[in-house]
Design a protein around this ligand. Structure first.
Ligand code: CFM
Ligand code: HCA
Length: 534
């Protein structure tokens, strides 16, 4: 069935009045006739509601710092927080120098009650000494979890002293879990520290070769960034650094010399893209390497940015060759997938990015939303520039850029920038609300109650989300595809990734397992009422 305002109202009527008022602002039915549909986002989840969100510490240490392989990431806090960010996010990295790849370690001060009472600074200092002695890393990060902020351990002072003592980069991240309303605050904390203390610290003055780029917001889940790099290298780009999939401190500190920044995940890293633009004059281009057409569009926009005919030709050559190879395979899977519907609910950018790939397989996304997206993720940046500085960014001091610090000239002239902006959307982003089909449902911070209710109403053929709702969804007889961890499959990015995704989705649909499950609505009446007597 299609959901109209009346059906939505009935669903929301099951909430107490106050909760209903709140949740109503987080749900919209896409209506292209309305000029701008606003959605409330990036606000606190109502206590007691089962949300899929995580905390600032998860966003900083788990998501953004976690994949940097040549840094030892110390978690200052109780062991559970360290264990969570070690075991959950799929951080994958290869290293030329295996002695500088610490990705598989879980390093924590393992705070105990006595540390909470007497303070944990000395323990942290000892731990840093020990880490330097054992691992001899080029860099160390120290992330705080909730109790550290509550007892007031001075992370900055401890890391500063340790940095002087050991002569390596030791950065502190005050990403206590309670900060902000989701992991989103943590992304910003990580980005700010790097920009201040890591980026620009390397010796490089000029890009090492033609077409040097950074890829921002690509985290190498299931090997995604390896596939993206394969394509880019083949065309002739030099990927200076990836932030942060299979990333490294060594690359990060020289990333200021890149000529262009690509932004894959807009949510977690748009801050840094803007800081690069302000500080080093590096323009950024929003890309999406999920889905065949989006990959092609991204490659073409990049070629257009550099404007070199050879690069444009090479881009077309690679696109044509890849298409000829993957299209016949995808067409086979499409036969199984065609005509199906999906729900797509992930953190902050994938719910949007995967819709194109689903569509290429003939699957329509009928409901989507972000766990912690901000309004610009939904409504687009061009449309709402006034919220560029949103809730997360307000409390964090601006990056001060003195003329002296502006060591690098604007990489392209302002005139060329204007000219390019007319051709390609540099520093621009189209939100989910703009791109979804009329009548589809957009839900911010979807909770478990709403998940069940929307499933009963729309009965999607597949639900793409995370670990917290995966099994509840499967018990309703709906195949689930984790779009965080890819259910340990992947890559899903680029050309090879699209094939892998098509294979996995087709397999989910074709599995006979679903025949053995009776969805609850088969036995439960959908409408409840009393039959009149007489
Ligand atoms: Fe960006 Fe991400 Fe996402 Fe994100 Fe995440 Fe992730 Fe995600 Mo999980 S950085 S916003 S905080 S694309 S970890 S790789 S899958 S929620 S949609
Ligand atoms: C995080 C990481 C996570 C969790 C995934 C999930 C990831 O937010 O702490 O809930 O399934 O992608 O690993 O988003």
């Amino acid at each position: 069935m299609a959901i109209n305002e009346k059906v939505l109202e009935e669903l929301l009527n099951q909430y107490p009045a106050k909760v209903k008022r709140n949740r109503k602002k987080h749900i919209i039915i896409k209506d292209a006739d309305l000029a701008r549909q606003e959605i409330e986002a990036n606000t606190r989840t109502i206590p007691g509601i089962i949300t899929n969100r995580h905390c600032a510490f998860a966003g900083c240490k788990g998501v953004v710092l976690g994949p940097i392989k040549d840094m030892v990431h110390i978690v200052h806090g109780p062991i559970g927080c360290a264990y969570y960010t070690w075991g959950t996010r799929r951080n994958k990295a290869k290293s030329e120098d295996p002695t500088q790849n610490f990705i598989n370690y879980c390093v924590s001060t393992d705070m105990q009650e006595s540390d909470i009472v007497f303070g944990g600074e000395k323990k942290l200092a000892r731990m840093i000494d020990e880490v330097v002695e054992i691992f001899k890393p080029n860099a160390i990060s120290v992330s705080a979890t909730c109790p550290v902020g509550l007892i007031g351990d001075d992370l900055q002072a401890v890391t500063k002293a340790a940095q002087q003592k050991h002569g390596i980069s030791i950065t502190a991240y005050n990403c206590e879990g309670y900060k902000g309303v989701s992991q989103s605050a943590g992304h910003h904390i990580a980005n700010n520290v790097w920009m201040d203390q890591i980026v620009g610290q390397g010796d490089m003055e000029e890009p090492p070769s033609k077409y040097t780029i950074n890829i921002l917001g690509e985290y190498n889940i299931g090997g995604d960034s390896w596939e993206v790099e394969r394509i880019l290298k083949e065309i002739g780009y030099t990927v200076l650094s990836v932030m942060t999939g299979d990333g490294s401190y060594e690359a990060l500190k020289n990333s200021h010399v890149a000529e262009l920044n690509l932004v894959q995940c807009h949510r977690s890293i748009n801050y840094i893209a803007e800081m690069f633009e302000t500080k080093y004059g590096t323009p950024w281009l929003k890309v999406n390497f999920i889905g065949i057409q989006s990959t092609i569009d991204s490659l073409r926009n990049m070629a257009l940015y550099f404007g070199d005919q050879d690069l444009i030709n090479k881009t077309e050559e690679v696109i044509a060759r890849e298409l000829a190879r993957v299209e016949p395979v995808i067409d086979q899977y499409k036969k199984i997938c065609q005509g199906k519907t999906a729900f797509c609910f992930v953190g902050g950018s994938r719910s949007h990015h995967y819709q194109g790939l689903f569509k290429e397989l003939g699957v329509e996304t009928v409901l989507a939303g972000y766990e912690f997206g901000h309004r610009d993720d939904y409504e687009g940046r061009e449309i709402i520039p006034e919220i560029k500085l949103d809730a997360d960014t307000k409390n964090i001091p601006d990056l001060h850029v003195t003329p002296d610090e502006r060591r690098f000239r604007l990489k392209i002239s302002p005139e060329r920038m204007e000219e390019l902006k007319k051709k390609i959307p540099l520093s621009d982003y189209k939100g989910m609300n703009i791109e979804m089909k009329d009548g589809s449902i957009i839900v911010d911070d979807l909770n478990h109650f709403e998940t069940e209710e929307f499933i009963k109403l729309l009965k999607p053929d597949i639900f793409a989300s995370g670990i917290k709702d995966k099994y509840a969804v499967q018990k309703m007889g709906i195949p689930s595809k984790q779009l965080h961890s890819y259910d340990y499959s992947g890559p899903y990015a680029g050309f090879n990734g699209a094939v892998k995704f098509a294979e996995d989705i087709a397999m989910a649909f074709a599995s006979p397992t679903w025949n053995f499950i009776t969805p609850p609505w088969k036995n439960e009446p959908l409408l409840e009422g009393t039959i009149a007597e007489g």
